[in-house]
Design a protein around this ligand. Structure first.
Ligand SMILES: [Zn+2]
Length: 367
């Protein structure tokens, strides 16, 4: 959506002017005369006349990935996404007056899940593969995180989920500096990403992986879709020191960190859920005419593993909307995964949630 409140925050991403004119078709800059057209549910605010070296895979292969990412329908926040979302809420303390930025929002699921908790939720991504629910509830911008179309000190909070690991170092620096610019003094920014650091509990993680491989070998399931999804991870911030160095260089102060050693999580992801998926997504005999499961949707050339997973997800979603037994079973599994954070959150590992703060006098009193 493009709410009225969004217009007050904007500045031209090309020349930095705040002298913008709302037109019938979108927004125009009075200073550099760039045009930013409004599309169905979002405004195209990509900086004009600038060519960046780095373009995310999600942008360059947008069409191809659109099908595979299965981005349009949102399930409730469960499993790994559920843990991220619960931790986001816990660490960022969203308030009804907050103006919040999700930079690199992807399909904007985290923004959509939290939009009703804040005054204004804004999602920015260069690719426009937005979920239908996000289009309804989130102020969406097609934009580049290195040149955000917002005035300085606009946002109370910001978050970045599964973004940094995709960027080379210079892009990370530009991304963090730009986020710091649009955050108000005292504003907080939550980052979830991962370094290359192994967990000290790695043997336990490896045990689940080993078990998962046995099922792959037996042909019960595969990890085809996961492999695609992680294929452009650069992890330029290789260690936790690199992360601290990067945020501090952007003028941000770390205030809280929770590591995610995926002991329970990897058992759930490599064994428990894949078995469930193989069961729910098997064949097409049963339930092939479930709502929203037109078989032509899967006509694009994806592997059987991917097709099975998408099929399983769609069938699950139909169940989840009803908040029945399946929903509560998956919520229980989500809480089992979250146990990793409660038990091992202080034990350094590759995956981390870090909350950083933009220093300044306008700090609000803590509870
Ligand atoms: Zn301009």
């Amino acid at each position: 959506m493009v709410p009225y409140d969004l217009y007050r925050l904007l500045q031209c991403p090309t020349c930095g002017s705040r002298d913008l004119i709302v037109t019938d078709g979108g927004v125009a800059c009075a200073a550099c005369s760039a045009d930013y057209p409004r599309h169905d549910g979002y405004i195209d605010f990509m900086p004009r006349g600038l060519a960046f070296d780095y373009v995310s895979k999600y942008v360059s292969e947008e069409e191809e990935l659109a099908h595979e990412l299965d981005y349009r329908d949102l399930a409730p926040p469960l499993l790994a996404a559920g843990v991220r979302n619960r931790t986001l809420r816990r660490l960022l303390d969203l308030r009804p007056t907050d103006i919040v930025l999700d930079s690199g929002c992807g399909n904007a699921k985290f923004a959509a899940w939290n939009a009703d908790r804040v005054h204004l939720m804004v999602g920015v991504d260069p690719a426009t593969l937005f979920a239908d629910d996000a289009v309804k509830t989130v102020a969406l911008i097609q934009g580049d995180a290195r040149r955000l179309p917002f005035a300085d000190c606009t946002f109370d909070k910001a978050f970045s989920i599964d973004v940094l690991e995709h960027f080379p170092r210079d892009v990370i620096d530009a991304y963090l500096a730009e986020t710091a610019r649009v955050l108000r003094p005292g504003g907080r920014f939550l980052v979830f990403s991962n370094t290359r650091e192994p967990s000290r509990l790695q043997p336990l993680v490896d045990a689940s992986r080993w078990l998962g491989r046995q099922f792959v070998r037996a042909g019960v399931y595969d990890f085809e879709r996961e492999a695609r999804r992680k294929s452009d991870h650069v992890k330029a911030l290789a260690t936790w020191e690199d992360v601290l160095d990067a945020v501090q260089r952007a003028g941000l102060r770390p205030v809280r960190v929770v590591f995610w050693n995926s002991v329970f999580t990897s058992f759930v992801e490599h064994v428990l859920m894949k078995l469930g998926e193989a069961f729910v997504g098997r064949g097409r005999k049963k339930g092939a005419n479930h709502a929203g499961e037109a078989s032509s949707d899967l006509a694009a050339p994806v592997g059987e593993g991917t097709a099975r997973e998408i099929r399983a997800r769609r069938r699950m979603r139909a169940h989840l909307q009803r908040r029945g037994l399946v929903y509560y079973a998956l919520l229980a599994v989500t809480l089992l995964m979250e146990l990793d954070l409660w038990l091992f959150g202080r034990l350094r590992s590759g995956s981390y949630f870090v909350v950083v703060e933009k220093p300044g006098r306008a700090e609000r009193k803590e509870r």
